[in-house]
Ligand binder design. Structure first.
Ligand SMILES: [Zn+2]
Length: 90
């Protein structure tokens, strides 16, 4: 599933709703600093697969990897990633 056509605000809302639905939002403190100040990035991120260090898999038109939602601690910046295909299904 791709959400790249969503506006940033609707992506934040979609990701937040999915995290709440799956019990993955608002109840877990940051494992680094123990704050509970998570923020959802306003854009999805593409993690590109690599064949070997420095060599991307795919082409500019056919990128291979995972689209993820980035959620970060607003206190220390610790970053966690949720694969959108998994997060948004069910
Ligand atoms: Zn933190």
């Amino acid at each position: 599933m791709s959400n790249t056509d969503e506006t940033p605000e609707s992506l934040i809302d979609t990701v937040r709703d999915a995290l709440v639905r799956k019990g993955a939002e608002g109840q877990f403190p940051c494992p680094v600093c123990a704050a509970n100040r998570w923020r959802i990035a306003d854009r999805a991120v593409m993690l590109r697969a690599i064949e070997s260090p420095g060599v991307l898999v795919g082409t500019p038109d056919l990128q291979v990897g995972a689209e993820v939602a980035a959620v970060f601690c607003d206190a220390c910046g610790f970053l966690r990633l949720h694969v959108l295909d998994s997060l948004l299904k069910d």
